[in-house]
Design a protein around this ligand. Structure first.
Ligand code: B3K
Ligand code: ZN
Length: 875
């Protein structure tokens, strides 16, 4: 595949002002008549040919201004159409194409999912429907007529507002016309046709405009769409209250489909969702499913302004819509739930996914400067690190200037295809600040490491913190410069009291802005040796190297006023001893340290398990095996990491057994299930307690989990119990697994959880079990959710079995990647990224992983998606 560079950008030679589509739905031969009003772009090259994108298209007819276009006037292939000498004035081109939605296994363009016609056009799927200027900076007003058999597709949905609709007498067919007045790029185009049930309600916008909001699902599943509808209503209200953004059409439709490559898609007025992020009932969805639904519904809705009204000039600006929209959905969820708990969750995800990406061969800047396949750049770096940059901007500027900058961005860029520079310019303009140094966050890849040295001088009552930052080299970027880091900090007395921070370089809100490679902060009038609490609330996405001992960290756990750093302190103590244990260079007395940690957690739990159970649950969750491996960084032995992790959990469970039992007794479910954050927090704590108790005493854990499984009135408690049982080999486990499959035989989304739990069992028999499950009647390689549940869980949630010493885990994943390479390259490429840590494992495993990557690389007919990932992974 060819490399596309950010610097290669030039405006389109032509513009497309309006597009009229007539889509005649048919299972295997859908016809699309597209009539586009083109004109030369004043900013383009005069006299240039009209070059339209296509992908696997069949051209059936072409007319220019009502006249058939002679064969010598154009060139066409499935991959494109060029009008060689188009008129130097506005003209209309009518193109007829035919596609087969049933055969479309890539799930890009127009396809069928469970009998429902649907589309996915981002990043470049519109060209799989008709020939088009398929680039985000060509904005058109769309009118779409959809026609279908009324019996097959009673519901017909498009972008924008509904217009004329009705039956076509004597044909059994009907039609609906949709008009979207907002100019948009092709990637936001969508149609849906099918037999769907819906839930809906009226919504009145802040200026008093009535809107009908609706969620469409498989008939019969309507009750399971109520929570998504409620989340949508709350999202719409929140965006009015917090960002003064109002919805702009008469209807807003969400449609759930079961075959979808990612989470959801923000098509204008017609969001299409993976049903996993819509359908919920207490019996089938867990607390985290409910939270994810709320977040994804909000995310896609928020795109209506950040993404749709203001879109991206080119795909290099992807973070402009994605990072910003993730920031907005995180703020929304934090307002709906517990902010501190949500922040910890965000950081755990960032560390597990984005830090891993930054540390490996796929590292790239938040705004990449080149790509071969854009679909491989919908990454944790663009999304989650992109959101962190927006959050830092807010911290740097403060609430007021940040809000003013957002308003200015909305006002100046509305209706345009914008760039990261346009975004930063808005904030520079309202604050009068120069943000050019800050902009380095967008172009420099890698995770900065901040090293801290502290010194206390009791005689002078002076305390000093020295900070240095350094970013390790990443592919294609050997040299790194310093980043602007907002360091939110405070001083804490080891005995609990806060110490006033008397420091000239600290803003009144406790933030030091570090702009260079090093900084020294001097604090005066410090009467006792303090403990520093740094990067409060994770104020910058950095790795922190701190010269604090366990006692100081445990003092932070007990006394810091910042909840994030209380959690972080416990994680650091745990991480230190887990790494020590896993690399068995235990200069540190691991057992003693573990004991101190467990006792400190026990003390803190007394208050926290009452005050904020969700926070207490997080305190009890050790760093994951993935995080431990990342911290070790080289020559990792996943088995040793796993043993260390198991042992630490066992010890904590043993030391805290009485407290954990008390927690379980105090959090017995009472009454009906409610997905609210407080109730979910109690369940989370109760289930973490079960997990730790089972780690300490598997026989007890088996009995208790089995009891919980039998009594559970909701999926959260049921699944937590099943997960605990899944790690205790024996008949009880096998019976529980079999029973679960029977109970939920008709529930694909629940069976995904069942596939996932089994694929994550850290035992040598798991690979065989997974092989067996690939022939389970509920499993299918054509459904991305099924594949991710079974194969993705092995690759991402089962380090010991994916990284098996004999290489069988790697070989299995490589087989699947090669199998899906042709049918669904996006899913194949995404699975393949699991290899990205291959250089950090010990030499034997490393050699096995390399040989599988090379085997993939040797294959003929690799998709651009897979070929790009494998090439970068090996480079
Ligand atoms: N914008 C879509 C992602 C499209 C992915 C294309 N491969 C969902 C989202 O971020 O909201
Ligand atoms: Zn998004």
């Amino acid at each position: 595949p060819t490399v596309i560079g950010l610097d290669d950008y030039r405006p389109s030679d032509h513009l497309a002002d309006t597009i009229h589509l007539d889509i005649l739905l048919h299972p295997t031969a859908t016809r699309i008549v597209a009539e586009t009003a083109f004109r030369p772009n004043p900013a383009g090259r005069p006299g240039a040919p009209l070059v339209l994108d296509g992908d696997e298209l069949r051209l059936c007819g072409i007319e220019l201004d009502g006249q058939p276009l002679p064969a010598e006037a154009f060139e066409a292939s499935p991959q494109g159409l060029t009008v060689l000498a188009p008129p130097q004035r506005p003209f209309r081109l009518r193109v007829v194409t035919e596609v087969d939605p049933t055969a479309n296994t890539k799930l890009m363009g127009l396809y069928r999912s469970g009998g429902i016609y649907c589309t996915q056009c981002e990043a470049d799927g519109f060209r799989r429907i008709t020939y088009a200027l398929d680039r985000p900076d060509v904005l058109s007003v769309y009118t779409t007529r959809i026609e279908a058999d009324e019996s097959e597709a009673p519901t017909l949905l498009g972008n924008g507002n509904p217009g004329e609709a009705g039956a076509i007498p004597g044909t059994g067919r009907h039609f609906a016309i949709w008009h979207d007045p907002f100019p948009k790029p092709g990637y936001l185009f969508a149609v849906v046709g099918g037999r769907l049930g819906k839930v809906s309600k009226p919504f009145t916008t802040m200026s008093g405009r009535p809107v009908e909001i609706a969620v469409h699902v498989e008939p019969g599943k309507e009750p399971r769409a109520e929570y998504a509808l409620d989340a949508l209503e709350r999202s719409m209200r929140w965006d009015e209250e917090v960002f003064a953004r109002e919805y702009d059409l008469d209807v807003f439709n969400v449609v759930a489909v079961s075959d979808f490559n990612m989470g959801a898609m923000e098509n204008k007025g017609l969001n299409i969702f993976n049903d996993k992020y819509v359908l919920a009932s207490p019996e089938t969805a867990t607390d985290s499913d409910y939270a994810n639904i709320e977040a994804v519904i909000a995310h896609e809705y928020f795109h209506n302004w950040t993404g749709n009204r203001i879109t991206c000039r080119d795909w290099f600006q992807l973070c402009l819509k994605e990072g910003l929209t993730v920031f907005r959905d995180q703020e929304f969820s934090s307002d709906q739930r517990s902010r501190a708990v949500h922040r910890i969750g965000e950081v755990r995800t960032l560390r597990a996914r984005q830090f891993t990406e930054d540390a490996g061969p796929l590292a790239h800047p938040v705004r990449p400067n080149q790509f071969r396949e854009i679909n491989n750049f919908y990454t944790a770096t663009v999304y989650e690190k992109g959101a962190e940059i927006v959050r830092m901007l807010k911290t740097l500027l403060g609430e007021a200037d940040f809000a003013a900058g957002m308003t200015r961005f909305f006002e100046t860029c509305d209706g345009t295809a914008a760039t990261v520079e346009d975004f930063l310019d808005a904030f520079a303009a309202v604050s009068g600040r120069d943000l050019s140094d800050f902009a380095r966050w967008y172009v420099q890849s890698g995770t900065p490491v901040v090293t801290v040295r502290t010194e206390y001088d009791p005689a002078q009552a002076r305390y000093r913190i020295d900070l240095t930052q350094e970013t390790p080299p990443t592919p294609g970027q050997a040299e790194k410069g310093p980043l602007v880091l907002p360091v939110a900090l405070g001083l804490v007395s080891p005995t609990g009291a806060a110490i006033a921070a008397d420091c000239a370089d600290l803003r009144p809100d406790g933030v030091h802005v570090m702009a260079g490679s090093r900084a020294s902060l001097i604090f005066e009038n410090v009467r006792e040796r303090p403990v520093p609490s740094l990067f409060r609330g994770f104020s910058a996405p950095v790795k922190l190297r701190l010269d604090l001992g366990d006692d100081d960290l445990l003092a932070l756990l007990e006394h810091d006023s910042d909840p994030f750093n209380r959690w972080q302190a416990a994680q650091m103590v745990a991480m230190r001893l887990l790494v020590g244990q896993a690399t068995s260079e235990s200069g540190t007395p691991v057992e003693a340290s573990l004991l101190r940690l467990a006792l400190a957690l026990g003390r803190v739990l007394v208050v926290e398990s009452e005050r904020d159970p969700a926070f207490a649950a997080l305190l009890l969750s050790l760093p994951s095996e993935t995080e431990i491996a990342q911290e070790i960084g080289s020559d990792v032995d996943p088995d040793a990491v796993h043993r260390a992790w198991l042992a630490a959990r066992g010890t904590i469970g043993t030391v805290l057994a009485a407290d954990l039992a008390a927690i379980r007794a105090a959090t017995e479910p009472d009454g009906a299930y409610s997905p609210d954050a407080a109730s979910a927090g109690r369940r989370a704590l109760r289930n973490v307690a079960l997990d730790l108790l089972a780690s300490a005493d598997p026989a007890f854990g088996e009995r208790e989990a089995d009891r919980q499984l039998a009594a559970a009135g909701n999926m959260t408690d049921r699944l937590a119990a099943l997960a605990v049982l899944s790690r205790i080999p024996g008949d009880t486990r096998e019976r529980a697994l079999a029973r679960f499959a029977e109970d939920f035989a008709g529930e694909p989304l629940v069976l995904d959880k069942w596939f996932g739990i089994q694929a994550a069992i850290p035992e040598p028999g798991t690979l065989d079990r997974i092989h067996g499950l690939t022939s389970h009647p509920a499993f299918s390689f054509t459904n991305p959710n099924r594949v991710r549940a079974l194969v993705g869980s092995l690759a991402l949630a089962n380090p010991t079995q994916f990284h098996r010493a004999d290489g069988a885990g790697y070989a299995f994943l490589a087989d699947i990647v090669l199998m899906l390479n042709g049918s669904n390259p996006q899913v194949a490429a995404r699975l393949l990224t699991a290899f990205s840590t291959w250089r950090t494992v010990e030499p034997g495993r490393r050699a096995n992983a390399e040989s599988q990557l090379k085997r993939i690389a040797r294959e003929q007919n690799l998709s651009p998606d897979v070929s790009d990932i494998v090439a970068r992974s090996l480079s």
